[in-house]
Ligand binder design. Structure first.
Ligand code: HEM
Length: 386
């Protein structure tokens, strides 16, 4: 028996510098069966937790290759993101050993130094733009060191990363080409002179016993960089904004730093910023909706992690929530490779921020602009007494 296709709904996928909060916009689509939208050549939009987990865990039916809308194809695929098993595991095999929790732990000292320097640069002024002055600068600084860029190239790389985040699509494209250029140059250098860093691991990585092709190595390295570029700053921004409006939670973080461990999980769940896409490989029913081979899917993890069927009182940020099995980092074979780095940076960031600035508020008369895509704030004006 075939299932009738429900009427299409309007759903805006992308958009930069928009004035409405993307989480509020997405909330209008919560807990519904997968629905069809005509936007960007058409796609299913998936919002429920159970449907999300099922799709993410079944790469045979829900492919990651060709996941972008028609017209948005990339000259070089983001790898491992745009691949399916068995290639996927070969690509991840190159990256995984360098991104474990044990590999990330030694970065903590640098995280503390960078965080402290950034916070010291604005703490005594009584205000800052928490996105531009902190949430974006901190992860980029850590990543360039983790990556293994030489001193001279780090600053240039950081500039390109900021241009990529802040500017128009045309400027972003130029910055992206420059980033890939630096990555390619460094991989070529590290092939003959490897060190103990992520770029060297990628440069010397093998697939089926052979050195990975240069293009593959560049695609892997660029994707790892891109994976953390928007996501981590966005999550820091949303967490600080929520805490600015919730003094009880803020005070608990300052008084009881051990709670930060579960606090960041709640913020990852409540503000899930990355929404992946898939392409259906055969006709299949999901959550009562009939999908067809070739259909594109937009998975709203932002909504799945607020599904009341999985999380009681999902809108409440509860540091004592039990069974917080959110999928902010995805699930299944494409699960985020940067989750250890992200969690460590979030913990250190929240700890040092509240040690230096325990009380703060959102500046009321400065508008906040947002991005859809990765759900993010462009700016977050905060102020405090000094
Ligand atoms: C709060 C921060 C972050 C969030 C919410 C996040 C979220 C995600 C999600 C949902 C996926 C799965 C995409 C899919 O299923 O197609 C993913 C994949 C990935 N992430 Fe993250 N991420 C974060 C930070 C990072 C960082 C810091 C890095 C790099 C250092 C990173 C690198 C990657 C990579 C390389 C993949 C691709 C994995 C694959 O396709 O096999 N992420 N991330």
């Amino acid at each position: 028996m075939s299932i009738a296709k429900p009427p299409a709904r309007e759903f805006e996928e992308g958009g930069s510098f928009v004035e409405d909060d993307p989480f509020v916009y997405h909330a209008g689509f919560s807990e519904s069966a997968p629905f069809w939208t005509e936007a960007d050549g058409g796609a299913w939009v998936v919002t429920r937790f159970a449907d999300t987990r099922r799709i993410l865990q079944d790469p045979g039916t829900f492919s990651s290759v060709n996941q972008t809308p028609e017209g948005y194809e990339m000259e070089q695929p983001l790898l491992p993101s745009f691949s399916d098993p068995p290639e996927l595991q070969k690509y991840r095999g190159i990256l995984l050993p360098s991104m474990t929790s044990a590999k990330v732990a030694p970065l903590e000292e640098n995280m503390r130094v960078v965080c402290k320097e950034l916070i010291d640069s604005f703490a005594s002024s009584g205000h800052c733009d928490a996105v531009a002055d902190f949430a974006r600068k901190y992860p980029i600084a850590i990543f360039t060191a983790f990556f293994g860029l030489p001193q001279g190239r780090s600053e240039e790389f950081r500039q390109c990363a900021h241009t990529y985040l802040h500017n128009s699509p045309a400027e972003r494209e130029v910055a992206w080409d420059r980033i890939r250029g630096i990555v390619r140059e460094q991989i070529e250098l590290k092939r003959s002179d490897p060190a103990e860093d992520l770029l060297s691991a990628i440069a010397t990585g093998t697939i089926d016993g052979e050195l990975a092709e240069l293009d593959v190595a560049v695609n892997l390295a660029s994707t790892v960089f891109l994976g953390g570029l928007d996501t981590l700053p966005s999550n820091i921004g949303w967490s600080l904004r929520y805490l600015a409006d919730h003094p009880d939670l803020r005070h608990r973080i300052a008084a009881e730093p051990t709670v930060i461990h579960s606090a960041i999980e709640e913020f990852l769940r409540r503000f899930s910023v990355a929404n992946p896409q898939r392409r259906v490989t055969k006709d299949i029913e999901v959550g009562g909706s009939q999908m067809h081979k070739g259909d594109r899917i937009k998975i709203l993890i932002s909504n799945a992690n607020r599904d009341s069927a999985e999380f009681p009182d999902p809108m409440v940020v509860d540091f004592d929530r039990s069974n917080n099995r959110h999928v902010a980092f995805g699930a299944g074979p494409h699960r985020c490779l940067g989750s250890h780095l992200a969690r460590h940076e979030l913990e250190v960031g929240l700890e040092l921020w509240h040690e230096a600035i325990p009380d703060y508020r959102v500046v009321q008369d400065e508008p906040i602009l947002y991005h859809r895509g990765v759900l993010a704030m462009e700016n977050l004006p905060l102020e405090w007494e000094v």
